[in-house]
Design a protein around this ligand. Structure first.
Ligand code: FEO
Ligand code: CA
Ligand code: CA
Ligand code: CA
Length: 573
């Protein structure tokens, strides 16, 4: 029947088996090749990475950064420009001659700082497929020292003023750039996740401000910036970490533009920023806070989006909400206002987690990416896992760092959740700006081979052939197919036997069917995805491979964006 054919055509590929090897696999009739790798020059005259010595200071802000993550492609005139995040660095591989990769001076710190942040690069398709356009005027590296502006309710607040910036509006750098977003007006949103990890102090017995604990800001860091760059020493600059943890807007069409930190969207460990226009034209941004027992957020602008109109205040003036899920499949968005929280607007935007705790938001199993269906009024969030969900310790219920309990609930139903689930919500009145929603679980990941029944077998759309754990990246293609990327346990043993390396699957929102499309190399996570302007190529991020990927045996493992095409050059999204 036509219906059956339709259902079959939702998956225009033959699903693949798990893999445990050192490379990428895609279905029959598809092929992949690297687009760009960590340390690869974006400009001519710049040296590629030297496996023995890493990237030089001179080259470090002119090469593709490490650990590719969220990305978006922008068609600008007849140019194709990709903006892509570099989440973090491995000290040992970037400073291979230093003990444990720890910096020995400011130059070492700068190398690490330059290799993170964002790359903006032009790409073009030739006879050998897509490649980076060297020296394109669009090419740009944004890193931990790039000048930016603070904007929105926290800009100019006492909470964000420093000795170097007495006005609290001019800051430097964007940190731990994880997931992404794209606005209808053609800008890139980069999301600051584990920003806490860059700020510390060597001052003995320094008393940390009370608000640091909720965000995990501690004296010791894995990067060691604070030893040589006093901006990162919280004993000297206690407000500096309050200038990180935001969604940052970047104009990819102008390499000289100043990135803007949009404080109205809140400060937390931002995963991504999924943007949709509400029925009346207001801008809605859904955002996850990736930490055990933290929350799912939504921002709604005051003004409406008018194509070609002034968009400069749309991400500054609006209301931030946090999700509360009932056990009956309904939910509501709780506004974070001066009335509901007893906090001032700048405090809400800087201490957003504390504000959300005050209104009684639902503690979640680590909200990662949100994806919005372009062909139905619904959205999805990957709740990756939560080892601490409900687990009793000393007879006590586990809590998040703010003391909010993490008991099991219908939306986070498993104690010690090691597999993760994807929640889907349907806004009331088919309007993403509505204050209420209905929800269900699109999938509960699990292992039906190890757990014959019960919640750990997974939901009914999980089977031996498509199982996975720890959903994380999620993107819809233009046809309404949901792409799911994983960042989980890839031991292929114990509770994870039969799940192989991290992977990318496709899900059909209408039927719940899920099929495996791609497997990553050992040790990697698959994260970040976008499409060429003609939708005949998909770009997929491979982060932190352990295996010698993509150059094979004996080569340095390099985080890489791969380009995937069909051999018949048909559409792939
Ligand atoms: Fe950077 Fe929550 O992933
Ligand atoms: Ca992620
Ligand atoms: Ca993750
Ligand atoms: Ca990651």
């Amino acid at each position: 029947s036509a219906v059956a054919q339709d259902a079959a055509s939702r998956f225009p590929f033959k699903p693949i088996a798990i893999a445990t090897d050192a490379t990428v696999h895609v279905p029959e009739g598809y092929s992949w090749k690297p687009l760009v790798k960590w340390g690869q020059p974006l400009f001519s005259g710049v040296a590629d990475i030297d496996p023995a010595n890493g990237v030089s200071l001179e080259a470090s802000d002119k090469v593709f950064g490490e650990n590719t993550d969220g990305m978006e492609l922008f068609a600008i005139g007849n140019h194709q420009v990709i903006a892509v995040n570099h989440e973090y660095v491995n000290n040992e591989t970037n400073l291979p001659n230093n003990e444990k990769g720890m910096p020995k001076g400011l130059d070492d710190v700068k190398i690490l700082q330059h290799l993170q942040g964002v790359t903006v690069m032009e790409v073009t398709e030739g006879a050998d497929g897509f490649e980076v356009v060297l020296d394109s005027p669009f090419n740009r590296r944004i890193h931990h020292n790039t000048p930016m502006k603070l904007s929105g309710p926290a800009a100019g607040s006492e909470l964000v003023k420093t000795a170097a910036d007495p006005n609290g509006v001019d800051c430097l750098g964007t940190f731990n750039n994880c997931g992404s977003g794209k606005t209808p007006w053609g800008t890139y949103l980069t999301c600051e996740e584990n920003f806490n990890g860059y700020f510390g102090t060597t001052a003995a017995d320094h008393k940390m401000p009370d608000d640091y604990k909720r965000y995990g800001i501690a004296a010791e860091t894995r990067y060691g910036y604070e030893k040589f760059d006093e901006r990162f020493d919280v004993a000297k600059n206690p407000n500096e970490p309050r200038r990180a943890g935001y969604v940052v807007e970047i104009d990819p069409s102008d390499a000289s533009s100043t990135p803007i930190k949009r404080t109205a969207l809140g400060r937390f460990k931002h995963e991504n920023a999924a943007v949709v226009i509400a029925r009346d034209g207001r801008v809605v941004v859904y955002m996850g806070d990736d930490e055990r027992g933290e929350f799912l957020y939504k921002y709604v602008s005051n003004g409406i989006y008018v194509p070609g109109g002034d968009t400069s205040k749309l991400l500054d003036e609006g209301t931030l909400y946090v999700a509360k899920f009932s056990d009956e499949g309904t939910g509501e968005w709780l506004a974070l206002t001066e009335e509901t929280t007893g906090m001032k607007m700048d405090e809400i935007c800087v201490f957003t987690r504390q504000a959300a705790s005050k209104v009684g938001a639902t503690t979640m199993d680590r909200p990662e990416w949100v994806a919005i269906n372009p062909v139905a009024i619904e959205a999805y969030c990957a709740l990756t896992n939560n080892a601490n969900r409900a687990v009793l310790k000393d007879g006590k219920m586990r809590t998040n760092a703010g003391g909010d309990v993490m008991d099991i609930s219908a939306v986070n139903p498993r104690e010690g959740n090691e597999y993760g689930q994807i929640v889907r919500w349907y806004p009331e009145n088919e309007d993403h700006a509505d204050g209420k929603f209905k929800w269900d679980l699109f999938v509960m990941a699990g292992n039906p081979d190890v757990h014959k029944d019960g919640l750990y077998a997974g939901s009914s759309n999980i089977n031996s052939g498509n199982m996975f754990n720890s959903p994380d990246g999620m993107m819809f293609d233009s046809t309404g197919l949901l792409w799911i990327q994983t960042d989980g346990e890839d031991s292929n043993e114990g509770d994870f036997v039969g799940q192989g390396n991290n992977q990318m699957l496709a899900g059909d929102p209408a039927t719940g069917r899920i099929e495996r499309f791609l497997t990553g190399p050992k040790g990697s996570e698959v994260t970040g995805m976008t499409w060429s302007a003609d939708k005949r190529t998909m770009f997929v991020g491979i982060q932190h491979p352990d295996a010698p990927f993509p150059d094979g045996e004996g080569a340095l493992p390099r985080s890489t964006i791969v380009a995937v095409k069909r051999d018949d050059n048909a559409l792939v999204g």
